[in-house]
Design a protein around this ligand. Structure first.
Ligand code: KG4
Ligand code: ZN
Length: 330
């Protein structure tokens, strides 16, 4: 049994966690930056990087204290090395490198998407490879066949916006506040999903991909029409996103007969209506459905610690000069 320190800083959450290779979460700490970014209606990279600098060391110390261990008891140090806002990624990665050097521990550079992709396995020991993963976050919308650590076959991706980005832009257009996803979900619960006719981009098409830009433009037109409530637009938007996700996922299931389960991960997987629709689809296709608990869907360090643990167990560590990467496809 090994213990991995995980550090996450690729967007607007600074986080540190201690994860055991037997899946125990010994500690997980998170500092959000919502209040700092709210006045701008979105994440400001410079503000994010500075906030990560202030938060990261106290969070690592707090996580170690929570777990009742010292840095010497840790077997490896894992940090997000990309993709993400480069200033923030550098803060977490440099911190991890300094700790690894000082304590003489191996460094594991984790792809943030791999963190999301493997997070369901932290929560569910029974989840076996290969599984079909819908990865839906603020920056990505992909269908992947996850065959093992470092083995990802991308079946579909978005040709324009990510699903979370569409939620965030819709929230901004409707004046629902920041962060957008949870705000849209809350408003949608009070609205009529059939009230506003909105497009379902690429639904029914043979090509495997996603598209959400046209949906965002349609939301803008519905808002400017002045005849719909924000709740009705939010509910109709969410229903359209669900139809797109389900249609594309159905297509992927048909093309991945060996998948052990349908799995969802990433910040948008925190959406109850989306989880419910995916669960219904999995049930109809006789597939187990796996979704991590909500705290493990949005950005956190436990998923980075767990991906680090899977890599460490596979003998995959990285040199101290490994680079931070703004772009890093899985
Ligand atoms: O995975 P994540 O925390 O960060 C990235 O790696 O991008 O995902 C953040 C995204 C944001 O776009 C946020 O609006 C969305 O996930 N999100 C949601 C919900 N909670 C977070 N979208 C829809 N419904 C939610 N409840
Ligand atoms: Zn993320």
């Amino acid at each position: 049994m090994a213990v991995i320190l995980g550090i996450e800083s690729s967007c607007d959450e600074t986080a540190a966690a201690l994860i055991a290779t037997d899946r125990r979460v010994l500690a997980h700490r998170l500092a959000g930056q919502e209040a700092e970014h709210r006045p701008y209606g979105g994440v400001v990279p410079e503000i994010a990087a500075r906030a990560h600098v202030e938060a990261v060391t106290p969070l690592v110390e707090a996580a170690l204290a929570d777990a009742g261990i010292g840095l010497g008891d840790v077997d490896a140090i894992a940090a997000t090395a990309g993709p993400g806002l480069i200033g923030g990624v550098m803060v977490g990665l440099v911190t991890a490198k300094a700790l690894a050097l000082a304590a003489g521990k191996p460094l594991v550079a984790v792809n943030h998407l791999e963190g999301h992709a493997l997070s369901p396995r932290l929560a569910d020991p029974a989840l076996a490879y290969p599984y079909l993963l819908l990865l839906v976050s603020g920056g990505h919308c992909q269908l992947l066949l996850v065959g093992g650590v470092g083995r990802y076959r991308r079946l579909a991706t978005t040709i324009d916006d990510a699903a979370g980005e569409a939620f965030d832009k819709t929230a901004k257009l409707l004046g629902l506040g920041f962060p957008g996803g949870p705000a849209v979900e809350k408003a949608a619960a009070l609205g009529d999903p059939k009230a506003v006719p909105l497009p379902r981009p690429l639904v029914g098409r043979a090509e495997p991909h996603f598209s959400f830009a046209g949906l965002k433009s349609a939301v803008l037109r519905a808002r400017d029409a002045g005849t719909y409530s924000a709740q009705d637009i939010a509910a109709s938007f969410q229903a359209a996103v669900i139809d797109c996700l389900i249609d594309r996922t159905k297509r992927a299931i048909a093309g991945a007969p060996g998948a052990t389960a349908l799995v969802v991960a990433g910040g948008v997987a925190a959406n109850g209506a989306i989880r419910g629709a995916l669960q219904t689809l999995a049930h109809a296709r006789d597939l187990p459905f796996v979704a991590p608990p909500l705290w493990l869907c949005t950005d956190n360090a436990a998923m980075i610690g767990w991906a680090g643990a899977e890599r460490f167990m596979a003998g995959l560590t990285d040199p101290l000069d490994v680079a931070a990467r703004a772009r890093w496809p899985l």
